[in-house]
Design a protein around this ligand. Sequence first.
Ligand SMILES: Cc1cc2nc3c(=O)[nH]c(=O)nc-3n(C[C@H](O)[C@H](O)[C@H](O)COP(=O)(O)OP(=O)(O)OC[C@H]3O[C@@H](n4cnc5c(N)ncnc54)[C@H](O)[C@@H]3O)c2cc1C
Length: 275
Amino acid sequence: MSVQPSLGKLVYRNDLTSDLAIIRIQPSDGSPVPDFKPGQFVTLGIKLDGEGDKITNRAYSLSSPPEEKRYFELYIKWAQEPVPGKFTTALFNMKEGDELYWRKPAGVFTIEEKKVDGTPDERTLVLVASGTGLAPFVGYCLHLKSTGSKRRIALLHGARNAKELGYRELFERLAKENSSNFIYLPTVSRPSDPNSAGWTGHTGRVESLLVPKNGMSELEKALGGRVSPENSFFHICGYSGTIDSVISILQPLGFVSNRNKRKDGSFDIKVETYG
Ligand SMILES: Cc1cc2nc3c(=O)[nH]c(=O)nc-3n(C[C@H](O)[C@H](O)[C@H](O)COP(=O)(O)OP(=O)(O)OC[C@H]3O[C@@H](n4cnc5c(N)ncnc54)[C@H](O)[C@@H]3O)c2cc1C
């Protein structure tokens, strides 16, 4: 039996570029958003022009933490190549106050708090995102901060240009406030793009931060030592190319992903693919 979708209202949109936005959706009946775990996604629905009462649905990771009960926050890219995406084209035409449907959060791309033997997992959380694959990690970081977690976090974000490094100010602030426990490594793959003007940070795809140069990768330099399955647990989110590249770099180091767990059920990489 499928649960009826609820109505929600677009209450905020912040267009970072012409095809990338942070939006907020509030339940139309004024109720608080339901409980969820950081890393879960919400399914949004829109009745597209010319399609009658049919609702077209798409999944979007929540960038707001579960502690935020007023709205769901989402970080969404307008798919335009090679043809305009059905859902995002309609969504990017919406304005504050417009309504759409939502279904309660779901998904298993959540923080692994415990190891397979039931002991607390205290390994460094290495969060690797390309593009809007950043969204669930915004929720993770805000949740871990609000619960006073002492777990060390390294967040690696790759975008085409500097303007597409969404939530950059938030992460720069978290890194400044807590430099020993929060590492932020952004990188842009198109440094000569006008939207990267003034960028002096890392360049290349996000996986390049994991490739050793002169003995150590940029991640290892930032952490001050080698990454291994004993000291680090990876989450990777975004399109399949990024996920496959990161796994192919980590596998020779002994890391095992949740797609192919060890016999005892343990793993050190958790992935979420957008398509
Ligand atoms: C668990 C999960 C979480 C997600 N979270 C996010 C998120 O946080 N942010 C986000 O931006 N996205 C997220 N996504 C992706 C999102 O669900 C949609 O897939 C995305 O927004 C595109 O939807 P669309 O309807 O606009 O595009 P669609 O119409 O579904 O098209 C998808 C892509 O295929 C291409 N395409 C369509 N038709 C053709 C064709 N005939 N030939 C060749 N190519 C074609 C389009 O150009 C487009 O690039 C998530 C996906 C999953 C599964």
